[in-house]
Design a protein around this ligand. Structure first.
Ligand SMILES: CCCCCCCCCCC/C=C/C(=O)SCCNC(=O)CCNC(=O)[C@H](O)C(C)(C)COP(=O)(O)OP(=O)(O)OC[C@H]1O[C@@H](n2cnc3c(N)ncnc32)[C@H](O)[C@@H]1OP(=O)(O)O
Length: 391
């Protein structure tokens, strides 16, 4: 049996997003059982024609089913913990255990068929989703009625922050600080506000190795959080759905936080082998008391919108059905207030803390740089990427 590998290149190219798809020229006899060899070959050709990225989870399943269908149970040595891509592939294949080749072949055909129809229909339902708008790849930024709205726009990834999004948010905040809007709003497109740091950020290791990656990550994070600390105008979060990780910790640097009653607030840093960022090690104990902050930041307690409001992290909660209407009405009224007065008043309230916040930010980034190199963190990332764990 001869076989070759093709790679599908994807728009936001990180290492895991370039998982090889096996393409095979098979010379097996057709069997009358379940999916025929022809069906299998057709399915493999169909994969190559998919116009949208089916996602890492689907690609890993396809890889595993293909290997099982053509080679049987996983017979390769387990890759090392830092070989993230091969380990994720090995885990997916190994998880199929002794699944018979014929069943794997049928499952492969079924999966391709469901992917073809779901990717086609989702692109009909949500045109424009994840597409470039106003010059940004990962955001939609608009400015009207005195309000600059920065909308996280990777809804199919629950608005996870990839490296490009970190850069684009910094760019958008810098532009908003200088434009003629009175207030700035951050929100999410789709059902999530944000699922936090994109865990595939950990996968494309540069030639300098994981140490260089961690160092660059800490520099990026420090600059990113610094933009929130220094933002001069009223900055408002519209938390339209669940918020995770850094999208929660940053809320302590916002001037108002309005949440849908569908929103939840989750900072599972210990679960991920990580530590708090976004100045939350300083702002959360002040906002909600040290004990409540530790419940969230150390023990990973997930808060409902109502609980987050009771603890002072959220300003007000709205029913999801009227969230957009009620909050926008309020924001439009705020935006009519004299902009200079608002900016100056925010400055008086916030400026005396700025130096402390920058020092806290630097310390948090330095601690995280070490955490990213730990086995605890690496294992958590690998487990997520190989779909062994979710929050
Ligand atoms: C050394 C590296 C340096 C890096 C650069 C520096 C960056 C600074 C870092 C700052 C520190 C930040 C810390 C954090 O934010 S910690 C929080 C991290 N987030 C998570 O752990 C969430 C992980 N996601 C989940 O558990 C679930 O996806 C979730 C519960 C959010 C939703 O579950 P649900 O079942 O509803 O949906 P799916 O899982 O099917 O998700 C749909 C697709 O979206 C992808 N996804 C979602 N969240 C993330 C994420 N955080 N990272 C990457 N991908 C994510 C998911 O994989 C699905 O994709 P596919 O359709 O392709 O499978």
């Amino acid at each position: 049996m001869g076989w070759e590998q093709i790679e599908i290149s994807l728009p936001n190219c990180s290492a895991l997003q370039v998982i090889s798809f096996p393409v095979v020229q098979l010379h097996l006899n057709r069997t009358a059982m379940r999916a025929s060899q022809k069906d299998f070959e057709n399915a493999m050709n169909q994969v190559k024609l998919l116009k949208k990225d089916p996602g890492n989870e689907a690609k890993l399943k396809l890889y595993a089913l293909y290997k099982q269908a053509t080679e049987g149970p996983c017979n390769m040595p387990k890759p090392g913990v830092f070989d993230l891509i091969n380990k994720a592939k090995w885990d997916a294949w190994n998880a199929l255990g002794s699944l018979p080749k014929e069943t794997a072949r049928q499952n492969y055909v079924d999966l391709v068929s469901s992917l073809s129809s779901s990717l086609e229909s989702s692109s009909q339902v949500e045109p424009g989703t994840d597409r470039k708008s106003t010059g940004y790849e990962t955001l939609m930024v608009t400015s009207e009625d005195g309000i600059t709205k920065i909308m996280l726009n990777r809804p199919t990834k629950k608005n996870a922050l990839n490296v490009e999004m970190y850069h684009e948010i910094m760019h958008a905040l810098k532009a908003a600080s200088k434009d003629d809007s009175a207030i700035t709003v951050l929100t999410g497109n789709g059902d999530y506000y944000s699922s936090g740091n994109d865990l595939t950020n950990f996968t494309d290791i540069p030639p300098g190795g994981v140490e260089e990656k961690a160092k660059n990550g800490a520099i990026l994070l420090r600059e990113f959080v610094g933009c929130f600390i220094d933002f001069p105008k009223p900055l408002i979060a519209m938390v339209n759905g669940p918020a995770v990780g850094i999208s929660v910790t940053l809320l302590g640097l916002f001037d108002a936080v309005y949440a849908s009653d569908r929103a939840t607030f989750h900072t599972p840093f210990s679960h991920l082998g990580q530590s708090p960022e976004g100045c939350s090690s300083y702002t959360f104990p002040k906002i909600m008391s040290p004990a409540k902050a530790i419940e969230m930041l150390v023990f990973g307690k997930k808060l409902t919108a109502g609980e987050a409001c009771a603890q002072g992290l959220v300003t007000e909660v709205f029913p999801d059905s009227t969230f957009q209407k009620e909050v926008w009405t309020r924001l439009k009224a705020f935006a009519k207030l004299p902009p200079n007065a608002m900016r100056i008043s925010k400055g008086i309230i916030r400026n005396r803390e700025k130096e402390t916040l920058h020092a806290v930010n630097a310390e948090e980034c330095s601690v995280l740089q070490g955490r990213w190199l730990s086995d605890e963190c690496m294992n958590a990332v690998v487990n997520f990427l190989s779909r062994k764990s979710k929050l």
